[in-house]
Ligand binder design. Structure first.
Ligand code: NGO
Length: 527
C-alpha cells in the first residue's frame, strides 16, 4: 500500500513540475480551464512561499513521545512553544508536552540573538530524523517558524515532517489586513477568529476601521455619546454595538501574542456622520444630523473652522494612543468630498500634529498627498488601474519626498470587491477581482515612480457595507487574503501564478479543517 502511495506521490510531483511550466501570462478564464490540481511536494506547499527551501534527507516522525523543547531562560519562547503545541495537538492527535530541556530529540525552539544571518522576523527550520529545529533571532521569527511547521505536519493524523531545510525572511515589514467594524459591527471574538486565521499566514498588522458614517465603535471616556449613541445601528439599521476599552485592550493583547500589531483608524474629516450625529457642536450649523444606515460616501465633514473640533480630535487620539502600544494611528482622510480642499489641508495638518503629540506615526489614505503629509507619515494607496495620472503623480511625489506607502490597490487587494458577476456579496466599483487578479501583481513595481524601497508593505482591506456575518467575511476574504499575505512575505522571484494556485489549492483541505468557509474560486485548481 505504502509503495503504491509513494508511486502516486512521484506521479503527482511530476505532473506538478509539468503544470508549473505553463506560462503565467495566460488570461484568467483560460488558465482556470487549463490547470488541474497537482499536489505539490510538501516544501512547495508552504504558503507564503519561503525565501529558500531545500528538501532532502530523512524526516522527523511525530510519535506519542514527541516533546516540544523550549530551552530555559525565556518565558516568551515557552509561550510560543505552548501555543504551537496547542495548534499541533488537534491535527496530530498527539499530547506534545512542552518541556524546558534544550537538548534531545523532538521539536526544538531556539532563540539565537546572535544569528546575524537571520533577519528581524526571519527563521530557519531544519527537519532531520533526530529533530525538527526552529531557530530565530526574534520571538516573532520563532513564531513564524512554528507556523511553517504547522503546514509541514499532515493536516490530520500523526505523521512525518519531511526532511529538509527552510531559510526564510519577509520581503516587507508591513503585511496587513483591515476589517471595517463600522458599517457592520463585528465583535472582538469574531475579529480574534479572523486574526488567528491571518497570523498563521504571517500577516503582522491588523488595521481596524473603528469609525465611519454608520457607526462609532470604540468607547471614548471624554466623549461618551460617540459610542453610546453613535455606536447604535449600522448599514441596513441592524443593532450595531461598540467595543469598550477593555474589549479593545483584549484584542490588542491577543494580537500581540500572535505578533500582530493593531493599527486603529479614526476616519476624519469625512466619514464622520456617526460623530456628527452624537454631538451637535461638531457641526458648523450646530445641528446634529440623524444616524445613517445607507452606503453612500463623501457627504459628511467635521467643522474645520470650529476650535471644538480640535478638542474632539485631540481627546479621541489621546485616549486611543493610550490604549495602543503599536506605533501607528490611522486618521483616514479619504473621500472628504464635503470638505473644501483648503479646509482639508488645514484640518489634516492639525490632526497630524495631534498624532505626533502622542508620539505616534500617522497613517492616512493616499488623499493626504493632496495636502501636506507630515514628516514620516505613511500613505495607504487604494487607487486602481483607472486612477487619474495627477493623483498617481502626487503619490509618487510623496514617495520621492521620503514617505513610505502601504499598497492596497482596490482592484487587487480589496476583499469587498466581487470575485465575478455571480458573487452575491460585495461591491464592484473597482471592477471584479478574481483570485488570480488579486495575486498577480508585484508590490515592488506596481506604482510608477514608487520604488520598492518606498513600499512599506501591503494590506487587504475588508469593507463591510455588504458583509454582516462571519460566513460573509470568510467567503470574501478567503482565499484572496492568502495571496496578499504571499505578496507581503515572499521574494519577488517566487511570485508565480501557476505555482501559487497549486499551493493555494493544496490549502483547501486545511482551510476546511479549520472550518473556514472559503470561496471555491473557479480559477484555482482545488483538489
Ligand atoms: C473606499 C471608501 C470606503 C468604502 C470602500 C468600499 C476607501 C479608502 N474609502 O475605500 O469608505 O467602504 O471604498 O469598497
Amino acid at each position: 500500500m505504502r509503495r503504491v502511495l509513494r508511486a502516486l506521490g512521484v506521479l503527482l510531483i511530476l505532473t506538478a513540475a509539468v503544470s508549473c511550466t505553463e506560462p503565467s501570462g495566460a488570461d484568467d478564464a483560460k488558465s482556470g480551464e487549463l490547470l488541474r490540481h497537482a499536489e505539490p511536494p510538501p516544501y512547495e506547499r508552504i504558503l507564503p512561499a519561503p525565501a529558500a527551501v531545500r528538501p532532502g534527507g530523512a524526516g522527523y516522525r511525530l510519535v506519542p513521545g514527541t516533546v516540544i523543547r523550549t530551552g530555559t531562560g525565556s518565558e516568551e519562547v515557552r509561550q510560543i512553544g505552548e501555543r504551537l503545541a496547542e495548534q499541533l495537538r488537534g491535527p496530530s492527535g498527539l499530547p506534545l508536552p512542552v518541556v524546558d530541556g534544550g537538548a534531545g530529540d523532538g521539536i526544538l525552539l531556539r532563540l539565537d540573538e546572535s544569528a546575524a544571518e537571520l533577519a528581524e522576523e526571519g527563521y530557519r527550520l531544519e527537519s532531520t530524523a533526530a529533530a525538527v529545529t526552529l531557530t530565530a533571532r526574534t520571538p516573532a521569527g520563532l513564531f513564524y517558524a512554528g507556523q511553517t511547521l504547522r503546514q509541514l505536519v499532515p493536516a490530520s493524523g500523526a505523521g512525518e515532517v519531511p526532511g529538509g531545510t527552510v531559510a526564510d525572511r519577509p520581503r516587507f515589514a508591513y503585511r496587513g489586513a483591515m476589517i471595517d467594524i463600522a458599517r457592520h459591527y463585528f465583535t472582538v471574538p469574531q475579529v480574534k477568529r479572523y486574526l488567528d486565521q491571518l497570523a498563521q499566514y504571517k500577516i503582522n498588522k491588523l488595521h481596524v476601521h473603528l469609525t465611519d458614517d454608520q457607526g462609532w465603535r470604540l468607547a471614548v471616556d471624554s466623549w461618551p455619546r460617540l459610542a453610546e449613541y453613535g455606536g447604535v445601528g449600522g448599514v441596513g439599521g441592524g443593532p450595531g454595538g461598540h467595543w469598550t476599552k477593555d474589549d479593545y485592550r483584549e484584542l490588542v493583547e491577543y494580537a500581540a501574542e500572535r505578533y500582530v500589531e493593531v493599527v486603529p483608524e479614526i476616519d476624519m474629516p469625512g466619514h464622520t456622520n456617526a460623530a456628527l450625529a452624537s454631538y451637535p457642536e461638531l457641526n458648523c450649523d450646530g445641528k446634529a444630523p440623524d444616524r445613517y444606515t445607507g452606503i453612500k460616501v463623501g457627504f459628511s465633514s467635521l467643522c474645520v473652522s470650529k476650535e471644538v473640533t480640535y478638542e474632539f480630535v485631540e481627546d479621541v487620539l489621546r485616549e486611543l494612543a493610550a490604549l495602543t502600544p503599536g506605533r501607528y494611528l490611522h486618521i483616514g482622510g479619504d473621500e472628504a468630498h464635503a470638505t473644501p480642499a483648503a479646509d482639508y489641508a488645514a484640518f489634516m495638518k492639525r490632526a497630524q500634529e495631534a498624532v505626533a503629540g502622542q508620539g505616534k506615526t500617522v497613517v492616512a489614505w493616499h488623499q493626504l498627498a493632496a495636502a501636506e503629509p507630515a514628516p514620516g507619515a505613511v500613505l495607504q494607496w487604494w487607487g486602481h488601474d483607472k486612477t487619474p495620472a495627477a493623483e498617481r503623480d502626487r503619490v509618487a511625489a510623496a514617495a520621492k519626498a521620503g514617505h513610505r506607502l502601504i499598497l492596497s490597490p482596490a482592484d487587487r487587494a480589496y476583499l469587498d470587491m466581487k470575485y465575478d458577476k455571480d458573487t452575491a456579496l460585495g461591491l464592484a466599483w473597482a471592477g471584479h477581482v478574481p483570485v488570480r487578479r488579486s495575486y498577480a501583481w508585484d508590490p515592488g513595481t506596481h506604482l510608477a515612480g514608487v520604488p520598492e524601497s518606498a513600499v512599506l508593505g501591503v494590506e487587504a482591506p475588508l469593507w463591510t457595507e455588504t458583509i454582516a456575518t462571519r460566513a460573509d467575511l470568510e467567503l470574501m476574504a478567503f482565499p484572496r487574503v492568502l495571496g496578499i499575505a504571499e505578496l507581503g512575505w515572499s521574494p519577488a522571484a517566487k511570485l508565480d501564478w501557476a505555482a501559487y494556485s497549486q499551493r493555494l489549492a493544496s490549502h483547501g483541505p486545511r482551510l476546511t479543517a479549520q472550518d473556514i468557509g472559503y470561496f471555491r474560486a473557479p480559477d484555482v485548481p482545488w483538489p
